[in-house]
Design a binder for this molecule. Structure first.
Ligand code: ADE
Length: 323
C-alpha cells in the first residue's frame, strides 16, 4: 500500500513541475502567432525575476530564459467555443510534450496550465516564425552566390547553404524523434519554427504518436495528403519511413523556396498519381545529389528509403562540400 501511495505522490510531483501559476503568465491577445483547426497560438511573457529559481519543467529552457530578459513565450489555447473533443486533443498534446525531452531541434515545452477550466500549452517563442512563411517572404532574397550583396530592403538574405543547414537541423531533430519511436505524421515546412538565431525547431505534435499506436485511426480530413507516403494514403500505415517520405516533400518546399507541392493535382487524385510512378520535380536551387537522395525517400517500398541517420550523414557531407 505504501508503494502505491509513493507512486501517486511521484505522479503528483511530475505533474507539478510543468504546472505554471496562471498569474505568472501574461498573454498578449493582440499578437496571434498562429491559428489551427481547434486552437490559436498567442505571444506571451512569463513573469518572475529569475526563471532559474522558478519551478520550470524544462531546465534547458530555464537556462536559455536566464539570458532572455524578455521572457517571451508562445501560448497555445483553444478557440472560445471549443468542444470537448478539441479540449481532449490539446490535453493529449500537452501530455505528449511532457514525454518529449529536450533536443535543440525540437520545440521545447516550457510548461502548462491545467488547473483552470481551459488548458494552456506554453512553448518556447521562435521570433522568426514558421519556415514556410519565412521562405515565401524571402523568395526574392535568395543568394545563389553567397558572396553577393543582400539588397538593402531585405532584413536578411538566404543562401543555398542556409537551406542545407535548415535541412540538416530538421533531420537532426527527426533522428531524435525516430530514436524515441515517435512518429510525427505532419512533417512540413509550416510545422518548423525558426528562432531569432535561425535555429530550426520541429513543432506541432498534434498528430504525433508513439509508434505502437500509430495505426490508430485519425479523421482523414485532418491528414496532410500531399505530404503523405503512399502506404499512409493507401493503408493508413504510419512509420518513421512515412515520416522520411514527408521530410522529402519538406525538402521540395525548402529548395523551391515555399512552392506548394503538386499544385495541379487534387488531393483525391494523389494516390493514383503516385501509383503511376509520378514524383515531385527537382527544384531549380536543389543540388543534384540532394535530389537523388530525395527520390529515394519517395521509394514505393518503405524499407528501401533511407533512415534519418543516413539522411543526416549525407547532409553533413553536402554541407562540407558547399562551404
Ligand atoms: N507560431 C506558432 N508557434 C509559434 C512559436 N512557438 N513561436 C513563434 N511563432 C509561432
Amino acid at each position: 500500500e505504501y508503494e502505491n501511495e509513493k507512486v501517486e505522490f511521484d505522479k503528483l510531483v511530475e505533474f507539478d513541475k510543468w504546472e505554471i501559476p496562471i498569474n505568472d503568465l501574461l498573454i498578449d491577445k493582440t499578437t496571434k502567432l498562429g491559428s489551427g483547426a481547434f486552437a490559436s497560438v498567442y505571444k506571451g511573457y512569463l513573469k518572475g525575476k529569475n526563471p532559474l529559481l522558478e519551478n520550470i519543467g524544462n531546465i534547458h529552457f530555464a537556462l536559455e530564459m536566464a539570458e532572455n530578459r524578455d521572457n517571451e513565450v508562445a501560448i497555445k489555447m483553444l478557440h472560445t467555443h471549443a468542444d470537448d473533443e478539441s479540449r481532449t486533443e490539446l490535453k493529449k498534446e500537452i501530455a505528449f510534450m511532457k514525454t518529449l525531452g529536450y533536443h535543440p531541434h525540437v520545440l521545447s515545452m516550457i510548461g502548462c496550465v491545467s488547473s483552470i477550466y481551459e488548458p494552456l500549452l506554453i512553448v518556447e517563442y521562435c521570433a522568426n516564425g514558421d519556415l514556410l512563411t519565412l521562405l515565401r517572404r524571402h523568395k526574392d532574397y535568395i543568394l545563389v552566390d553567397p558572396e553577393a550583396d543582400c539588397p538593402a530592403q531585405a532584413d536578411f538574405c538566404l543562401t543555398i547553404k542556409d537551406l542545407l543547414s535548415f535541412s540538416w537541423q530538421i533531420s537532426d531533430g527527426l533522428v531524435y524523434l525516430s530514436s524515441k519511436n515517435f512518429i510525427h505524421r505532419d512533417i512540413a515546412c509550416r510545422n518548423v519554427l525558426i528562432t531569432k538565431r535561425m535555429v530550426a525547431k520541429i513543432s506541432d505534435f498534434g498528430l504525433c504518436r508513439y509508434s505502437q499506436e500509430a495505426l490508430y485511426t485519425t479523421k482523414v480530413g485532418k491528414l496532410p495528403i500531399k505530404w503523405m507516403a503512399i502506404e499512409a494514403l493507401k493503408l493508413a500505415e504510419f512509420t518513421s519511413k512515412s515520416d522520411v517520405w514527408s521530410y522529402g516533400v519538406l525538402l521540395f518546399e525548402l529548395f523551391s523556396v515555399g512552392d506548394t507541392p503538386y499544385p495541379s493535382i487534387s488531393p483525391s487524385d494523389m494516390l493514383d498519381f503516385l501509383l503511376q510512378g509520378n514524383r515531385l520535380p527537382k527544384p531549380e536551387l536543389c543540388p543534384e545529389e540532394l535530389y537523388n537522395m530525395m527520390q529515394t525517400m519517395w521509394d514505393l517500398n518503405p524499407d528501401s528509403r533511407p533512415t534519418f541517420e543516413i539522411i543526416r550523414k549525407n547532409l553533413s557531407a553536402f554541407l562540407e562540400v558547399s562551404s
